[in-house]
Design a protein around this ligand. Structure first.
Ligand SMILES: NC(=O)CC(=O)C(=O)O
Length: 312
């Protein structure tokens, strides 16, 4: 028996070239920012209109680094916000006339005295379109392999993030470990997102097993594009990022993939592929809401009032 209620299809109004920058970053923040600016210019030069940077692109990745590199996106009670990465990302978007998913940066909120792992999304005019704080913190313990506890320092965000790119449609932005939670992806897809964008930094234990698998799983379940953008691997750093930034299409085919080093990969996202996938495998008219509930119909938070807003 088919359900009669249809889930809206994701809308991609016209083809979109997306570039993922698998950036090599180090411990020098100003250098990381100017290097990112160079690479965004290079990515825009390929014709990309949506450019993505990796998780923690302006700092090394590790709980000990978050406080040292954190920026205040919200002004403190007695003064201004100090956010060189916000200003640099805004300029990269504006100077190159691209939508920019600015990877993520460690954020300090002076009001709550809490740290977050935060992604900022900018318009081609350089305006802030959205802020996503990592909702699921990376706390794992695989004995003898990797122990990581973001929650020792960070506080999780409280909202799902959909961003409207007016000429193209909606994307969802989340960060790394968020990809392991299918509900977030499914809700975003059912709210009309045509792509899920995850700045991320898997490692050499979980990366080979799960990175591509999770991207393909989120794509095949939701019949939308999935992009995962990693830092380049640096074996002299304390955290060894997996690399292999990739884009998966709505049929779950890997359409573009980086190796381990610094690299820019580009992909063409097409509405034809979205429509063809949904026509050929019509999951959206076959769901059984009489047997199980629609996760997107419960209470979903999209508007955490505590999030940084665009600077005046
Ligand atoms: N770094 C992360 O947030 C996630 C990760 O490495 C994993 O899930 O594995």
């Amino acid at each position: 028996m088919s359900s009669t209620s249809r889930v809206p299809s994701p809308v991609l109004k016209k083809s979109l070239t997306m570039a993922l920058i698998q950036l090599a970053s180090g411990s020098d923040k100003p250098k990381n920012l100017s290097h990112a600016a160079e690479k965004v210019r290079e990515a825009a030069g390929t014709g990309a209109k949506l450019v993505v940077l990796p998780e923690c692109f302006n700092s090394p990745y590790g709980t000990n680094y978050f406080p040292e590199y954190a920026e205040t996106l919200l002004p403190s009670a007695d003064g201004e916000a100090s956010a060189p990465s916000y200003d640099a990302l805004s300029a990269m978007a504006r100077d190159n006339k691209v939508y920019l998913v600015g990877g993520s940066i460690p954020e300090y909120n002076p009001g709550t005295k809490k740290y977050h792992n935060t992604s900022l999304v900018f318009s081609p005019e350089g305006g802030l379109l959205a802020t996503h704080r990592k909702v699921h913190l990376f706390d794992i313990d695989i004995p003898g392999k990797i122990t990581f506890r973001e929650s020792d320092v960070l506080t999780a965000g409280n909202q799902l993030t959909l961003v409207d790119l007016p000429e193209y449609g909606k994307i969802a932005v989340a960060i790394c470990y968020d990809v392991r939670f299918p509900e977030l992806a499914t809700i975003a897809a059912r709210k009309g997102a045509f792509a899920l964008i995850y700045p991320g930094a898997f490692n050499l234990t979980t990366g080979p097993l799960h990175w591509q698998l999770l991207a393909q799983a989120r794509a095949v379940d939701n019949q939308i594009y999935v992009a995962m953008c990693s830092p380049a691997r640096d074996m002299s750093a304390s955290y060894h990022a997996y690399g292999h930034s990739l884009v998966v299409d709505p049929m779950a085919k890997v359409v573009s993939e980086a190796a381990e080093g610094e690299e820019i990969i580009t992909s063409e996202l097409s509405s034809d592929k979205l429509e063809e996938t949904r026509r050929n495998i019509p999951l959206n008219t076959q769901r059984r809401w009489d047997v199980y509930p629609d996760v997107s119909k419960g209470k979903v938070q999209f508007d955490d009032p505590d999030l940084p807003k665009p600077k005046e």
